[in-house]
Design a protein around this ligand. Structure first.
Ligand code: SF4
Length: 286
């Protein structure tokens, strides 16, 4: 299936953008990125700027969300203990000032991969002491002890996405739970972490439902927000209900700031880690 994107969605690439150096580096170190796994439309531009969201704990997921391009595997390989150090090596080689680490969901592991996340944070800190670290975590099935393992490693930002409004959760992310995701964020914010979350628009949600989700996120202590256009990876995935115009994203940004979010990225091309460093600095993005 080829989606015809509206003109406003087409982002010009910088001259010479192809990310070849990053791709070769990641290949040599045996690392994955969510940029590739999720077929992110911004990956060429981001890699040109040496920005990448590292995907740890393998490249196959024990869940099968209806919006996600990452392959499903009920029994993925065990975590690679050398992966955190190689990730830190890649981040240093790329000269990153802000490192984003995310993962597939590993419901097969007793701690959901939380110790592996903590190890990645510590390796990055040791290798790049001046860099900030953002982790985009799964819900660890609501296991607060697993979440505490990650929080103990002191990431600068703890990100966990709601992805969509409450009504659409069962059809969009059937193994997840809206209230459980909110409790993950509430727990992180309560522990002093800067909590971040995001939604994709254009999945069939209504305006009152989006407003309710934003209020729920603020009530959970979330201060950083991303809103972007949903794109279906294939015809077998959840369909795009509509393309949300840029002006509407602008209204959501204004509304979110009025609700008290400290920084908001809201535009069609925004993804969870898009311009993550600027978002953390509080300027909003793009
Ligand atoms: S849990 Fe995350 S990686 Fe796994 S299918 Fe859902 S969105 Fe994709």
């Amino acid at each position: 299936m080829r989606q015809r994107l509206p003109n406003w969605f087409r982002v010009p690439l910088p001259p010479g953008a192809e990310g070849g150096r990053v791709k070769r580096l990641l290949g040599r170190l045996g690392l994955h990125t969510v940029c590739e796994g999720a077929k992110c439309p911004n990956r060429s531009a981001c890699w040109h700027d040496s920005a990448a969201a590292f995907l740890i704990l393998g490249d196959a997921c024990t869940r099968d969300c209806r919006f996600c391009a990452i392959p499903h595997d009920a029994h993925p390989a065990p975590p690679d203990p050398g992966e955190p150090a190689r990730l830190a090596e890649a981040a240093a080689a790329m000269g990153l000032r802000h490192v984003v680490v995310t993962s597939v969901t590993r419901d097969d592991l007793p701690d959901g991969g939380a110790a592996h996340f903590a190890s990645a944070i510590r390796e990055i800190r040791a290798r790049l002491p001046g860099a900030t670290v953002e982790v985009l975590i799964p819900d660890f099935q609501g296991d607060s002890e697993a979440l505490d393992l990650v929080l103990a490693a002191k990431p600068d930002i703890l990100n966990h996405n709601l992805e969509t409004v409450e009504r659409l959760q069962p059809s969009v992310r059937p193994q997840a739970d809206y209230r459980r995701s909110l409790s993950v964020l509430r727990h992180a914010a309560g522990a002093g972490a800067r909590a971040k979350s995001g939604l994709m628009l254009g999945m069939g949600e209504t305006e009152p439902e989006v407003s309710a989700a934003l209020r729920d996120l603020r009530a959970a202590g979330v201060s950083l927000l991303t809103l972007g256009q949903y794109l279906a990876p294939s015809a077998a995935h959840h369909p795009v209900a509509r393309f949300v115009p840029p002006a509407e994203f602008g209204r959501w940004r204004d509304g979110a700031l009025a609700l008290g979010f400290a920084s908001v990225a809201s535009a069609p091309q925004v993804r969870s880690s898009y311009h993550a460093e600027e978002l953390m600095a509080g300027g909003g993005a793009p």
